[in-house]
Write a protein that binds this ligand. Structure first.
Ligand SMILES: Nc1ncnc2c1ncn2[C@@H]1O[C@H](COP(=O)(O)OP(=O)(O)O)[C@@H](O)[C@H]1O
Ligand SMILES: [Mg+2]
Length: 240
């Protein structure tokens, strides 16, 4: 089943075509990996899908419903969650409070929101730190908190922007395992990721962007051998 269908999506900022005629689909239950050099339009694509930026033209159908141009809170409540490349936790709130804020979107009862937040913190392996302030966390733990906050709205589709970016090597396997655990828990995932080994490992399909355009879309094997992708992207990183 197709959970998200994006067709001919475009957005220009002045003369910059940040996204130009982007089309792809995400199947329910899969992980879509999104790659592309800096400035390719990856984060913009997430902003357009989630309503943070209004697209110029095209179509975004989530679960059979057109969501093009809807407000972010509406799209979030329909079940599209996201994380941000620049993390935005409430630094002076505890982890529990941070996750509860997300949980209130679906759960107005404070005790239920608390229980749900605790459940999610356990899921991301941060339960022991629930009374710590967000500012006390390591970068890897902040990434887990960001995922927990996104999970709190109970997304059916979760868009992750560079979850493994900026963390040290030894933290990466745990984050990758967490992404797979979320998928296994029934969340469909689209993940922007620079580490090509991770992308090849986790993705069922890969979308490759360059200068605002889709240059390839398909299963990892095909993408790895795609000349446009190699020229734009793979050629610049260690693929060993
Ligand atoms: N709000 C904005 N205003 C003007 N230009 C923007 C804005 N957001 C993104 N851009 C531009 O759009 C292009 C794509 O950016 P972005 O989607 O952040 O790329 P990526 O996430 O792939 O690195 C870049 O040239 C960037 O400078
Ligand atoms: Mg980006």
């Amino acid at each position: 089943m197709t959970i998200l269908k994006v067709e001919n999506l475009s957005k220009a900022f002045g003369g910059i075509h940040a996204n130009e005629d982007i089309s792809f689909e995400i199947q329910a239950g899969e992980i879509l990996g999104i790659i592309g050099p800096n400035g390719a339009g990856k984060s913009t694509l997430f902003d357009l899908i989630t309503g943070f930026t209004r697209p110029d033209s095209g179509s975004v159908v989530f679960d059979g419903r057109e969501i093009f141009g809807q407000r972010p809170d509406v799209i979030s409540r329909l079940g599209v969650g996201r994380t941000f490349q620049k993390l935005k936790p409430f630094a002076d709130l505890t982890l529990l409070e941070n996750v509860m804020i997300g949980a209130f979107a679906h759960e107005p009862d404070i005790r239920h929101a608390r229980d749900k937040a605790l459940e999610i913190l356990e899921f991301v392996d941060l339960l022991e730190k629930r009374h710590h302030f967000a500012r006390e966390l390591s970068t890897g733990q902040r990434k887990r908190l960001e995922l927990a906050r996104a999970m709190a709205i109970e997304p059916r589709l979760l868009l992750m922007d560079e979850v493994t970016g900026g963390v040290d090597q030894k933290t990466i396997p745990g984050l990758v395992a967490l992404i797979k655990k979320m998928r296994d828990a029934g969340v469909t995932i689209a993940t922007i990721e620079h580490n090509i080994n991770i992308i090849m490992d986790v993705s069922d399909h890969i979308l490759a962007l360059d200068q605002g355009r889709r240059i390839a879309f398909g299963p990892p094997r095909e993408i790895q051998n795609d000349q446009l992708v190699i020229d734009a992207y793979l050629g610049t990183v260690d693929v060993a």
